[in-house]
Design a protein around this ligand. Sequence first.
Ligand code: HEC
Ligand code: HEC
Length: 354
Amino acid sequence: MSSMEVTKASAAVLLAGIAFLGSQLIADALVKPKLLEHVAIKIDLPEKGVPAVATAAAPEEPIAVLLASADAGRGEAGVKAQGCVSCHNFNEGGKAGVGPNLYGVIGAPHGHQEGYIYSAALKAKAGPWTFEEMNDWLRKPSAYAPGTKMSYAGLADQKKRADIIAYLRSLSHDPLPLPAAPAQAAGATPAVARVAGAAPAAGTQTAAAQAGAAPAPAPATPPAGAPPAAAPANDSVALLASASPDAGKAATARLGCVACHSLNEGGKNGLGPNLYGVVGAQQGGHAEGYAYSAALKAKGGKWDYAELDKWLLKPSAYAPGTKMSYAGITDPKVRADVISYLRSLSAEPLPLPN
Ligand code: HEC
Ligand code: HEC
């Protein structure tokens, strides 16, 4: 009996010991993860921890925003990690492999390497490789150009894609200017602004700069945050005399107009109407066979310089209900360049205003 009690007693002691030890372990286990959590948060904080949340929840950021924080060095590593290098050569003058050489591809026409045999699917794409098109292509080649012979599933991670595009952009003696932020600014949500602000590469930019300024291309007009709204609507008309059709042509590629519009004489309508000869033409009527929105048809006037200026400043404000989904060009100088380029697309350009 007493030995039984001894056993019971020692069992009790043992149990207590185990319980004590157990509670220690549990306490440890409870405390340690807490510590880890703190560390994890501390690591996240310098990067603001926002991007991960934003990418998980939101639709993709515009490529202009992504490129502002993209890194060509990471992109170079990316083309290795993604296996692009097994089919593509990236050095100047490099030979084609399974796929074409990719030096200088950004800004070049689709199917840019001479002598390489492209699929009909890719050859059928008009216009140059803009940042946006490259972004769509790399997201899912088979969706962008059904029937393409590039057997690559696509890269879902928008930041990795932007890094690769930044790398492709760097493969040139004269890299295409980064897309202007103003065109996107109107659509920028606070989340977008935060993501851009959190990016290491954008660390030198101030919030004001991000809200209104292009990363680089137009040093002549230091945009001061508010001017788009404050500036008189037709102020690009005065700039037409000194505008450059060539700069305007480059801008239509950079700003992505070419993704929706053909600009050559007799060119096909795309998402938007062909724009050859639009200056001076009937509003919402000049491209034959194109189904304009009621909003644009209702304008009923001519595309003179002042009307084009207002339209390109903010299509949705000029013709509410328009089907041109484009935020607008906030920089009057860029607007003037684009209009002077559009003006040049004619056998008999409209005289300049005096
Ligand atoms: C399995 C081989 C293969 C892989 C992997 C591959 N590509 Fe391609 N790529 C091709 C082929 C083939 C074409 C030509 C497509 C056509 O003609 O339809 C092409 C075309 C392209 C073009 C268009 C070039 C032009 O001149 O218009 C770009 C840009 C491109 N690839 C980028 C990439 C990038 C970036 C990656 C990695 C993320 C990648 N490719 C991975 C085979 C590949
Ligand atoms: C996402 C596609 C898209 C982009 C990008 C785009 N446009 Fe458009 N554009 C359209 C559509 C669609 C229309 C027809 C609008 C309507 O009917 O309401 C249009 C109409 C126009 C018109 C009027 C044409 C006419 O025949 O009356 C002009 C001029 C124009 N766009 C210029 C531009 C310029 C310049 C850019 C670049 C700064 C640009 N667009 C960017 C889709 C686009």
